[in-house]
Design a protein around this ligand. Structure first.
Ligand SMILES: [Mn+2]
Length: 577
């Protein structure tokens, strides 16, 4: 043991040392002001790290063309202004009628958006631990690409200003606005004049005719000068520190494509709302994108660190960043895709199956105005979503395409056009199988990988089949004349003894009606046993699936009695062959 006084001295010296280290780090990482009006730092010898950062920033400012310097982005002065710090804007009763009149133009509250400053302040919504993460000094540059068709001026420019205000300018190569044939006046010359004066290169690429999201994005990518492409929707606002963690991830591994966590900007009040946990992207039987909570396996892999990237099977599609050269290697988007739809899954499948990765970055938060419906009109004619999905299925789903066509018969009938290029691409990239993807990347999927039976559940007395009747979770399951066409009459009897249609599981509580509820994978009320000899479908409660005695529109569960109304044929449809 050291003498007491010596112990004290050591403790004090160590504390002082760490306080000093903290102080130096704090000084080093405090963001300096940028621009000609900055106060020079008063470092004793004038050569500290802060001075170096400020010198670099000023050098950058001075290298800008003269006209760019004219516009200073005003910092918010009035934190009580409408919408500041992401607060909601409530329209007073006198303004209600006008705000409702304006609503259909963009399918959001334009009056509320127009009242909010273009450089409004937002709260720092990142999880604890993000703000003091240190990223490599040398990160790739990025071009931010925003595609729009008749976007409102205030949402588009607030997006642009948020990117300029919250991104290190040496990482921001440019902001490319791809105008997909807008015809609103405010998106014409006055917009171009405005953005020409911004302190970052912002310019408009105009599509010749209405081209749709997919082609417009590729037009933006074609002219991008940054090493990374960052795609955002046109009605977003980025938050503090959104860019660095995404670029750092791509710098580590260029085959990783990343998405920010997408927060909600209210379509009515423009309030910035954020949840706690990130979600993962998946898809249902009909290839519709859906969100689902981060499963246990991924939480374990991340060791419970809320700042650690979340590996996701799919992306929602609107907001993501990818290395430009890797995006090209992956064949960008399928050029045979039209307008919108399926492109997010195509890229997600490609990334995982062909050796890349897809992650959500919890330290990167971007708000997006979620609308209840689209204000856009598309030319009538071929169903482009069906055609896109047909191409997607033919190129990427392998034998599972047969299952998908049973679920979506209208897609099965659609002509995909020439897909030979895409098949060659898949071959040249030596991509893995869709089954591998389902088993390894998306084991929570409702797709039939592990099942005992798949097809119709047909009653032997009345020749009716279990049918979802196109209803959602929380409704009773129906019975309908068996049609053999798949669709709503396809049920999977899984290895876990669930009777499921996509994410709906047959669920019975206390002998009550047979409900369709979200599958919880916990057995219990969703556990069934099928006896091939007696043809009984027995619930975990011991009751048997039966025709209802009143009407024949819904089944029920009754005490098992061996009667014909309790006998069910499982008629397998050959789905995966
Ligand atoms: Mn959107």
């Amino acid at each position: 043991m050291l003498p007491r006084r010596r112990q004290c001295k050591i403790i004090i010296a160590t504390s002082l040392f760490w306080i000093f280290v903290d102080f130096v780090l704090l000084m080093y990482y405090t963001a300096p002001c940028v621009g000609p009006k900055c106060q020079q730092p008063t470092n004793e010898d004038g050569s500290g790290p802060i001075k170096r950062i400020i010198d670099r920033a000023n050098k950058w400012m001075n290298e800008l063309p003269e006209e760019r310097k004219q516009m200073e982005i005003p910092k918010p002065v009035n934190l009580d202004g409408p919408g500041e710090m992401g607060k909601p804007v409530i329209i007073e009763p006198e303004g209600k009628a006008e705000s409702e009149r304006l609503w259909p133009i963009n399918e959001f509250n334009l009056m509320a958006s127009d009242r909010i400053a273009l450089n409004r302040s937002l709260p720092d919504v990142r999880p604890r631990g993000c703000a003091n993460k240190v990223y490599p000094k040398k990160l790739p540059t990025t071009s931010v690409i925003l595609v729009y068709h008749n976007e409102a001026r205030s949402t588009l420019l607030r997006n642009v200003h948020s990117i300029i205000n919250r991104s290190p300018h040496d990482l921001l190569a440019e902001i490319i606005l791809v105008d997909d044939a807008s015809d609103q006046e405010h998106l014409g010359k006055s917009l171009e004049d405005y953005i020409a004066k911004l302190p970052v290169s912002v310019y408009v690429v105009k599509m010749k005719g209405r081209s749709g999201l997919i082609r417009a994005r590729m037009a933006g990518a074609a002219v991008a000068k940054g090493q990374v492409l960052t795609f955002l929707d046109s009605h977003c606002e980025v938050t503090e520190g959104w860019l660095e963690p995404m670029l750092a991830r791509i710098a580590e591994d260029r085959t990783t494509s990343v998405c920010p966590v997408i927060d909600v900007i209210s379509d009515d009040t423009f309030q910035y709302q954020h949840g706690n946990d990130p979600q993962m992207g998946g898809f249902g039987w009909s290839l519709f994108f859906k969100w689902f909570p981060v499963p246990k396996r991924e939480q374990i892999r991340r060791k419970g660190d809320p700042t650690e990237p979340v590996r996701s099977p799919t992306m929602a599609g609107g907001l993501f960043a990818i290395d430009k050269s890797y995006f090209e290697e992956l064949g960008q988007y399928d050029p045979g895709f039209n307008i919108w739809g399926g492109e997010n899954l195509e890229l997600s499948f490609k990334l995982w199956m062909c050796g890349g990765k897809l992650e959500f970055i919890p330290c990167s938060h971007v708000g997006h105005v979620f609308r209840k419906k689209s204000p856009y009109h598309f030319p009538p004619g071929t169903n482009y979503v069906n055609k896109n999905n047909k191409r997607l299925a033919e190129v990427w789903l392998d034998e599972y395409k047969n299952f998908y066509y049973r679920i979506s018969p209208s897609v099965a009938k659609t002509d995909p056009g020439d897909i030979s290029d895409r098949l060659n691409l898949r071959k040249s990239l030596s991509c893995k199988s869709f089954k591998w993807y389902l088993e390894n990347i998306y084991p929570e999927s409702s797709w039939p990988v592990n099942y005992q039976f798949m097809g119709e559940v047909r009653n032997t007395e009345a020749h009716v089949c279990l049918d979802t009747m196109m209803k959602e979770a929380g409704n009773k399951v129906g019975l309908y004349g068996c049609h053999g066409q798949g669709g709503n009459q396809i049920w999977a009897f899984t290895k876990n003894n669930e009777l499921r249609h996509d994410d709906l599981c047959l669920d019975v509580a206390r002998g009550g009606p047979v409900m369709m509820l979200s599958c919880h994978m916990q057995g219990g009320n969703q556990h069934w046993n099928y006896d091939e000899k007696s043809k009984e479908m027995k619930h975990s409660s011991g009751l048997c699936l039966d025709l209802s005695d009143k009407s024949k529109e819904e089944p029920s569960v009754q005490a098992c009695n061996g009667k014909k109304s309790q006998k069910w044929d499982l008629k397998t449809l050959d789905l995966i062959s």
